[in-house]
Design a protein around this ligand. Structure first.
Ligand code: SF4
Length: 256
């Protein structure tokens, strides 16, 4: 562990998505002070395209991106961790994260906070909330945060356009998804999961394999991954029967 730095340091909170990527590019354009760029590495839960994107940003900007990994992987918490307290005492593995038991976010925050307190005394963090997400900044009480996209009035769409202009495409992820964090997130919209099923069959197969290893429900409404597989398969059949072009596009189904 390196010694704790006393001076105020400027840290870029970098998720790798369009907003934080646009923010980093903007900060570099504006010559703002940057001491470290920090990315939480969710391991096999990150889209492979995201890992490629991080390498590409690092190469293009010449700025080193610190990849933080939790002490134990998300797979460990999901399948192996022995719960020792509370109403789930004795259970092995938390199962899929949910709104009430969002253990993945807890691990992510813990990892980042530990890293910061072990390395810095005073930090100011750049956060990539877009201009049309000001409510998120208003909710955050930490006065040391800086919101460059809000200050420059850059919306989510403009952030994406800016990234595309610089040549960052995430190998097409944003053509299909609104959010590109963990591909297996149970909290994402059904429309996004439908696209995962139709366009990323290898990842969907992995999701089915994850479900086989846990009794927990995938979705808050009690649905398991195989329920969604059946639903999407039936929808696909229906769409092909009616040969509706718009439905093909919305579901991300390749017309054959
Ligand atoms: S994207 Fe979903 S699965 Fe990933 S850390 Fe966030 S809540 Fe958890």
């Amino acid at each position: 562990m390196r010694s704790v730095e006393n001076d105020l340091k400027h840290i870029v909170s970098f998720s790798g998505g369009k907003d934080s990527t646009a923010m980093l590019l903007l900060l570099l354009e504006q010559n703002k002070p940057i001491d470290e760029v920090v990315f939480f590495d969710a391991g096999s839960w990150d889209f492979p395209e995201m890992r490629h994107h991080i390498d590409k940003v690092e190469k293009y900007t010449g700025v080193k991106i610190t990849r933080l990994q939790a002490q134990k992987s998300f797979d460990y918490w999901m399948f192996e961790h022995l719960v020792e307290n509370g109403k789930n005492k004795g259970r092995v593995g938390y199962g899929f994260p949910g709104v009430k038991l969002r253990w993945c976010t807890r691990e992510k925050i813990r990892t980042i906070n530990n890293y910061m307190s072990n390395n810095y005394k005073t930090i100011s963090t750049y956060i990539g909330y877009a201009f049309d997400e000001q409510w998120r900044a208003n909710k955050n009480k930490d006065k040391s945060n800086i919101y460059p996209l809000i200050e420059s009035e850059i919306s989510e769409n403009q952030a994406l356009a800016m990234c595309y202009n610089y040549g960052f495409t995430w190998d097409g992820l944003y053509e299909h998804f609104r959010r590109v964090s963990c591909w297996c997130c149970p909290l994402q919209q059904i429309s996004e999961l439908r696209k995962l099923y139709n366009l990323y069959p290898d990842l969907w197969k992995k999701l089915e394999d994850m479900q086989k290893r846990t009794n927990s429900y995938f979705r808050m409404d009690g649905k398991r991954v195989e329920d969604l597989t059946k639903r999407f398969e039936a929808e696909k059949l229906q769409i092909s029967l009616f040969n509706n072009d718009e439905a093909y596009t919305q579901c991300g189904i390749m017309k054959t």
